[in-house]
Structures are given as C-alpha cells and as structure tokens.
Design a protein around this ligand. Sequence first.
Ligand code: FES
Length: 164
Amino acid sequence: MSAETKTKIDFHQIDEILESFGYDKTNLIMILQKIQSIYKYLPQDIITYVGDKIEGLSPASVYGVITFYAQFSLEPKGKYEIKVCDGTACHVRGSMPVLEEIKKKIPLEKGRMTTKDGLFSIETVSCLGACGLAPAVVINDKVYPQMTPAAISIIIDTLLKEDE
Ligand code: FES
C-alpha cells in the first residue's frame, strides 16, 4: 500500500486552515507549512485541493512552489527525522563523513529520503542555527552537537534498539 492511500485527510481541517489565512495566495507558504506540520508531508490530494480552492492558484502552481522549497516534502517523513547540517561551519568540521556514516547505517532507495519502513528520513540542511556546535545533527528537533561518525553511529544504534 502506498503512503498516499494510507493518509487519511481531514478536508474540514484543511478548510479551516485556508480560512485562517483568508484563502490568500500570498499566504501559500504559511498555509503549506501549517499543513505539513500536521501531516509531516504534503499529500497529492491536499495539493490539488489547495490549488483549486485558492483564487489565482492551480494544483500545478502549488506543486511548483512545493518543489522549489527544500522545506516541503512530497513523501511522508520518517518517525525519526535526521537533519545533517552542511553549512560552512559544519562542512569544514566534518559533516560529510557524519552523513556518510548515517547513509551507511540507514540505506535509502535511490531518490528517496525516507526508509521503506517509515522509520528514518535523512536530509541535509544549509544551517541549523547552531554553528558553534558544528558539526551539528538534529533528530526530531533535538540538536546533537560536535558529531563524529562514531558518535552518530551510537545514536542510530540506540534509536534502532528503542524500536525493536
Ligand atoms: S553551519 Fe551548521 S549549524 Fe550553522
């Protein structure tokens, strides 16, 4: 079963969100952020709905905005959202070996950012606002400072154990 068919959408709630932003296309980013905060991604049915409901937009234009901004996801995020910073401070202090270790321990299918079992999502971000803690990794809003491949490996093992 695909993620799309598993996601139950409450269109009444979507209407309330659209109403709270005045069905105004200039609020589209905030509308999408709000919806994504609920569903953890933006399902196709919602993209179509929003595009049809807001004057001056279309499903295609909403889709265009979503694919332009890295913050938006077209697929469900995993239970553990791992964000690896690749900003300058983190990059020079070794964020890429950390990312490589994560990818080694959590293999993803080509072109996917979430594991098949829905446990992990992995993404890179340009700055987490924690440059003094470089290289930094965030897992579900918790910042892990001064990461090394060995340290992230232990953290992932712990998460895997918790989920056994
Ligand atoms: S560059 Fe990594 S937190 Fe700012």
